[in-house]
Design a protein around this ligand. Structure first.
Ligand code: PGA
Length: 250
């Protein structure tokens, strides 16, 4: 089964617009022949300039978060249509830093996902268990609840646009990557839940990315696993040489 392979960078709260544009100029000279789709989730303020810099390349620009409303009195928030207007094509939803630092619930993430699809933004739904949940053998239960709640109103047709990212919280920014076996076990479980919800044909087409301390040294082993279709990368996406190295190993 061939699925779209996606290598996505998540810049979190790093870089200025100039640094971001320089990065794109540098990256595009290194990854022109990549077979994987290259996604970059950048800070809001640089969506527009990076989208312009990436025009005509295989680099797709997106955002790291959005609100579930189309507009309104929500100081400090941003709407999907604003992201789209700035040039974003996708949006990360439910990243563990949003869930844990900013206390976003499964229900809020569900509403955002529904709105992202209406606003024609491709959602990358991030899910993952904490160390404590893994230690108490709750990983599958947590993943199932996160998936089923977030996808509550997503039709079969819309589901073909959704990407899922499995990011165990204990592996994010810690240098502690899940082994390929641990990651594959979780990915296979996620696909099983997706199959239960949408059937085999659709679940077989959904790209499931792994995230958590991915770097040039571990990408190949992860990508060799049957249900791992790409990666969502934080730290190693900030330097164009390192990020290009990851991409070119896929
Ligand atoms: P990391 O972050 O690659 O730095 O662990 C991954 C993420 O937060 O998406």
């Amino acid at each position: 089964m061939s699925r779209e392979q996606i290598i996505a960078g998540n810049w979190k709260m790093y870089k200025t617009t100039k640094e971001a544009v320089d990065f794109i100029e540098n990256l595009k000279s290194k990854v022109g022949s990549s077979l994987a789709s290259i996604y970059l989730a950048v800070p809001f303020t640089m969506i527009s300039e990076t989208a312009k810099a990436a025009e005509g390349t295989n680099i797709i620009i997106g955002a790291q978060n959005m609100n579930d409303a189309t507009e309104g009195a929500f100081t400090g928030e941003i709407a999907g249509i604003m992201l789209k207007d700035a040039g974003a094509e996708f949006v990360l939803l439910g990243h563990s830093e949003r869930r844990h630092i900013f206390k976003e619930s499964n229900e809020f993430i569900q509403k955002k996902l529904e709105r992202a699809l209406k606003d024609d933004l491709q959602p990358i739904l991030c899910i993952g268990e904490t160390q404590e949940e893994r230690d108490s053998e709750k990983t599958e239960e947590v993943l199932e609840t996160q998936i089923k709640t977030a996808l509550k109103n997503v039709s079969e047709k819309d589901m073909e646009k959704v990407v899922v990212a499995y990011e165990p919280v204990w592996a994010i920014g810690t240098g502690k990557t899940a082994t390929p076996e641990i990651a594959e076990k979780a990915h296979a479980y996620i696909r099983k839940v997706l199959k239960e919800l949408y059937g085999k044909t659709i679940s077989d087409k959904i790209s499931i990315l792994y995230g958590g301390s991915v770097k040039p040294a571990n990408i190949e082993a992860l990508m060799n696993e049957k249900n791992i279709d790409g990666a969502l990368i934080g730290g190693a996406s900030l330097d164009p040489d390192t990020f290009a190295e990851v991409i070119n190993k896929c």
